[in-house]
Design a protein around this ligand. Structure first.
Ligand SMILES: *Cc1c(COP(=O)(O)O)cnc(C)c1O
Length: 393
């Protein structure tokens, strides 16, 4: 279904009417906020405060409040937010940071980026989050931090993780890059650990029109360090306290993010409705739908199913005009970039098996229920071919 609502019919005398269902549709989102976004951008262009301007400060205050934290520090990407958080906590060469094998590469790259070693743990087979039962075995005298990922907009088991961290005096940095607005026991993602990183990559639940990110925390010292690190080690122009970086969130992006932040809860609610519809309609299909634990309120950055015949199902859906993606096809330890970890296939059997079976279905706030029904039907007819034979009336 295109943003203009047209159903594209393919040629063929007895073909079913066929839709095109994109994986995400940022054009549909822009259409719903176009005037506001254009005005926000024009205001920045007239003010000319392109770097660390008014909208950055305003967005930081609004985003911190949204996340139930005291501080938010705008960055140029989620990876920068993760990496500068590790630096702010003093993590560096010789240190180890525990995270999960099934995540986007950036989680691990942040650890390598500060010269530390990512220590991987397998995923929980039902939730896809880090398997908390395996964390303690991965802790060594070099461990400095745990970086759980709220993958797909679901929630890591933060109470268990914080209890482990407290026992071993570790810092917990949430990778909340897919979980803007998600809740765990009523509390927002980003406020559950000591600090958290968010990405505003365009397709994230809260996305800029280019790269962007933020770190959030309620630790004043860490917030101050982050502000130094992202801006050449300086808070006062041409006075440099530490050797920093240039990792700032652009004012133009902040202006757009302020417009979008006002809609985020509404958009997340729409994603949750879409997810509920998928789960209801896929009840008869031989696929595994994402779990929704009663103490969590996931925000479905991705709606990820598991299917034993995943590649064939993906090809079938493609033939029906439905775009899907695999998040992620190769776990961290099997990426060439991480061959130095020396972890062969078989090291994390749960994550490796999942990588063969997971499939992300189209998911965005504007996704229409007709399109969801069409996708679900295509999956049901593939997994239960007998349903395909329509009764002759
Ligand atoms: C998107 C993402 C990142 C990195 O964010 P960028 O803004 O692309 O640098 C990190 N971790 C996870 C889980 C992500 O999904």
């Amino acid at each position: 279904m295109h943003s203009n609502g047209t159903v594209h019919t393919r040629n063929g005398a007895h073909d079913m009417r066929q839709m095109e269902v994109p994986f995400v549709d940022l054009g549909a989102q822009y259409a719903s906020i176009e005037a506001e976004v254009n005005q926000a951008i024009a205001r920045v262009l007239r003010r000319n405060d392109f770097v660390l301007g008014q909208d950055v400060e305003a967005f930081e205050a609004e985003f911190a409040a949204y996340c139930d934290t005291d501080y938010a520090i705008g960055m140029d990407s989620g990876l920068s937010a993760l990496e500068l958080l590790l630096r702010a906590y003093g993590v560096g060469p010789g240190d180890e940071v525990i995270t999960q094998a099934n995540t986007f590469i950036a989680t691990a790259l942040a650890v390598s980026g500060v010269g530390a070693t990512p220590v991987l743990v397998d995923m929980d087979p039902h939730t896809y989050m880090i398997d908390v039962a395996q964390i303690e075995a991965a802790i060594t005298p070099r461990t400095k931090a745990i970086m759980p990922v709220h993958l797909y907009g679901q929630l890591a088991d933060m109470d268990a993780i914080m209890a482990i961290a407290e026992r071993h005096h570790l810092v917990v940095i949430e990778d909340a890059c897919q979980a803007h607005g998600a809740r765990y026991k009523g509390r927002r993602a980003g406020s559950l650990g000591h600090a958290a990183a968010f990405s505003f990559y365009p397709a994230k639940n809260l996305g800029a029109y280019g790269d962007g990110g933020a770190a959030v925390t309620s630790d004043e010292q860490v917030a101050r360090k982050l502000r130094l690190l992202r801006n050449y080690g300086s808070v006062q122009k041409y006075h440099h306290e530490v050797c920093g970086y240039n990792r700032r969130l652009d004012t133009l992006h902040a202006a757009v993010l302020r417009v979008k932040l006002r809609r985020l809860d509404e958009w997340n609610a729409a994603r949750r409705r879409a997810a509920a519809q998928y789960t209801a309609l896929l009840g008869d299909a031989t696929v595994v739908c994402p779990p929704e634990l009663s103490h969590t309120e996931p925000v479905y950055h991705l709606y990820v199913i598991r299917a034993p015949e995943r590649d064939a199902l993906q090809a079938h859906l493609r033939s029906q005009g439905i775009a899907t993606v695999i998040h992620y096809p190769i776990p961290i330890h099997l990426q060439p970039a991480y061959k130095q970890l020396g972890l062969p296939a078989g090291s994390f059997p749960v994550a490796e098996q999942a990588a063969q079976e997971i499939l992300s279905l189209p998911m965005y706030a504007e996704l229409e229920s007709q399109a969801i029904a069409y996708v679900a039907e295509a999956i049901c007819t593939f997994t239960q071919p007998s349903l395909e034979i329509a009764p002759v009336i």
